[in-house]
Design a protein around this ligand. Structure first.
Ligand code: NOJ
Length: 551
């Protein structure tokens, strides 16, 4: 039953990484009761949806992105009973729940794989992707996202199986109609329970190019992702089928994670005519600082390109489809460290990014902790990093004889653990996250940056987020209105217009540590909201943001 389908356009999403959010048992791991405890806080931000990273049963090779039972909530997080209470508590507060759906791959400890690997005759064998060979002849040169070959040898069947991520995350064979049926039944199980939608993990990768041809050595990993792993020949057929078979029966929201989804492919995933997904997460702006050797070879952010990406995607989906607006999540560095200045202009730059998120066309996503300006960490040793991706990249760099001091700097800049340190609730020893030893160290700056301190400071980033979210809600032109970049060639300013028949707005951001000359000369505008108390008429201060309204 389709009802009002605007709730996911007009609202704002808050993303939770459960293991780092709030621990109520003292075992150092966040849990579902911790989320329930903080629902009033989340509600107070003004958001209306919460996306929860995977909480299913999992051996946690990749922190829950390796699922061993799709209908079971991990006991670590409180089990199905706790989940049912969470759903009820959220709905009582008018908050929608978006689950993570990880169906490009399962865990190797899922009973499907445990059977599949035993023999070629096993009915589950064809649930995964196999290639015959010998232990020394790897089927092709494809590299896993987490380093090393995508192929792992399975002695009992004398075959390799495919895994785009770790070897404990075997890729499911979507060519097999039984696999697709299983997935739709899982989706139906959770939607029938009352969940409100799904964020679909690496959904752009589900259809494989089954010739498995070698990729040229010269191809960058971003290119391989786009042209070889993602956007496979049957992906749109599968998504249409999924929509027809299950999603269309509910008023649910879907956002597909889309590595390799570019401007050429993106619109097709979200076109209302195609009937596939509502939104995708593309990574054009979040891979912008990847250098020739990838993520751990970072280059400075090209600001003109950064702005251009937002313009291009806005334009691409202006008539049909819908954007998701985000600057980070559990897989990337902290937004204030990456795109702002997390030292001298911590307060102003975090607020600028909040203004940016809330003034572009699309649905904004706020990742836990960004609303208080949580920052990157810089651990002195790799031993303090937990993330399988970071650790594998480290091993590969060591094996390649790289300068490891330099590499540690890159880890400080790019590790996914930057975004996974425990949520900073107060100034106490473990930041109020846990009474035990957290699974990953808390950021030392929790004594200054925490929710309790922010609540008491009228000038805090937290209060500004609340104000900006409310401002967006009160002004639907910021949700639906046209977008035009007015100074696309300016090296420091991002200035754009948003308008429709209900209102016209002019937004200006200064993305640097210096004042930048800027006079708002267009007639009839009045300043409505901004992150500086006393704005100048000649320039924008460091990391200043303003929104003017035509009156
Ligand atoms: C994207 C998820 O966000 C990330 O955390 C995970 O490692 C990969 N997909 C594999 O599932």
């Amino acid at each position: 039953m389709k009802m009002n389908n605007n709730w996911w356009k007009e609202g704002v999403v808050y993303q939770i990484y459960p293991r780092s959010f709030k621990d109520t048992t003292g075992n150092g791991l966040g849990d579902i009761d911790g989320i329930i405890e903080k629902l009033d806080y989340i509600k107070s931000l003004g958001v209306n949806m919460i996306w929860i990273c995977p909480v299913y049963a999992s051996p946690n090779d990749d922190n829950g992105y390796d699922i061993s039972d799709y209908r079971k909530i991990s006991e670590d997080f409180g089990g199905n009973e706790a989940f049912d209470r969470l759903l009820k508590a959220m709905h009582a507060r008018d908050l929608k729940l978006i689950m993570d759906l990880v169906v490009n791959h399962s865990s190797d400890e899922h009973h499907w794989f445990e059977q599949a690997k035993q023999s070629k005759d096993n009915p589950y064998h064809d649930y995964y992707i196999w290639k015959e060979g010998t232990p020394t002849t790897i089927p092709n040169n494809w590299q896993s996202v987490f380093n090393g070959s995508v192929w792992e040898w399975n002695a009992p069947t004398k075959e390799y199986y495919l895994h785009y991520y770790t070897k404990k995350q075997p890729d499911l064979n979507w060519e097999n109609p039984s696999v697709r049926k299983e997935v739709y039944a899982i989706i139906d199980f959770w939607l029938a329970k009352g969940v409100d939608g799904f964020r679909m993990d690496v959904i752009s990768l589900i259809s494989k190019r089954i010739a498995f041809e070698n990729v040229p050595q010269s191809m960058s990993f971003i290119d391989v992702m786009e042209k070889v792993y993602a956007n496979g020949p049957r992906v749109h057929e599968y998504l249409k089928e999924m929509n027809r078979e299950v999603l269309s029966k509910y008023d649910a929201v879907t956002v597909g994670e889309g590595p390799g989804v570019n401007l050429e492919h993106g619109p097709r995933y979200v076109s209302t005519k195609e009937k596939e997904l509502n939104m995708v997460f593309h990574f054009d702006h979040l891979t912008i600082d990847f250098g020739p050797e990838g993520k751990y070879d970072p280059v400075p952010v090209d600001f003109l390109r950064f702005k251009e990406i937002f313009s291009q995607w806005d334009q691409a989906l202006a008539e049909d489809g819908w954007n998701s607006i985000f600057l980070g999540n559990h897989d990337f560095s902290r937004i204030v460290s990456r795109f702002g200045n997390d030292r001298k202009y911590h307060n102003a730059s975090a607020k600028l990014l909040a203004t940016l998120l809330m003034s572009l066309r699309g649905t904004p996503y706020v990742y836990q902790g960004d609303e208080i300006g949580m920052t990157n960490v810089a651990h002195p040793s790799i031993d303090l990093y937990d993330d399988v991706e970071t650790r594998n990249a480290w091993k590969a760099a060591e094996a390649a004889g790289k300068d490891m001091n330099q590499f540690l700097k890159a880890v400080h800049w790019q590790s996914r653990d930057n975004a996974r340190t425990p949520m900073q609730w107060d100034a106490s020893m473990q930041a109020g996250f846990s009474t035990g030893k957290p699974w990953i160290p808390v950021n030392e700056n929790h004594e200054q940056i925490n929710v309790a301190a922010a609540e008491n400071d009228p000038n805090s980033i937290l209060h500004y987020y609340r104000k900006m979210i409310a401002y967006r809600k009160a002004n639907p032109s910021l949700v639906y209105g046209h977008f035009e970049d007015l100074l696309p060639q300016h090296p420091y300013l991002f200035v754009y217009k948003r308008w429709d028949d209900k209102g016209t707005f002019l937004v200006g951001h200064n993305f640097r540590d210096e004042n930048t000359n800027w006079e708002q000369k267009e007639l009839g505008y009045k300043m409505d909201i901004g992150n500086y108390a006393t704005p100048s008429s000649q320039f924008l201060s460091p990391w200043e943001s303003r929104i003017y309204r035509l009156v």
